[in-house]
Design a protein around this ligand. Sequence first.
Ligand code: THU
Length: 162
Amino acid sequence: MRKEAISFVYEVFDDTSSLAGVDKNLLQKAKLATQTSYAPYSEFCVGAAALLSNGAIISGSNQENASSPAGLCAERVVLAAAAATHHNIPIETIAISYDNKRTSTSNRPVAPCGICRQSLLETQTKQQTPIRLILSGMEGKVLMIDDIRHLLPFSFTAEDMK
Ligand code: THU
């Protein structure tokens, strides 16, 4: 028997002021996209914005449903929108933020749910280049993760079915 460990390095910015211009702009687009959220049940409006390798920026937001499993997270909306409108153009970075209507502020960066991590990983595997994530709360610190694989260790992929 031996023990093994997994760790990864990510960047923490105290606030948006120290972000590179391109990242600040993308995060701004994600925050703007919260306004297109349909979240009457959770009142947790999530916005995501993807920067593609051709410079295009695609936005998405969570779309809930009275039948909750039919709802979609902002991340999967933006992945589907990017794939459908910019076929085979790789995604370089996705910024994600939220507007929690039940609180006036929150500095806790959003954490993509498990299903979205799986979907993000599928897209990254398909395009064969890493997807960077910029995660933020309504204010405060911003996290930057340079590869979605860090968020889903021991993931199930096509390799497992060979
Ligand atoms: N949600 C997202 O859209 N993305 C996340 O990363 C976390 C959760 C949505 C799903 C649901 O509409 C609401 O937030 C509350 O869970």
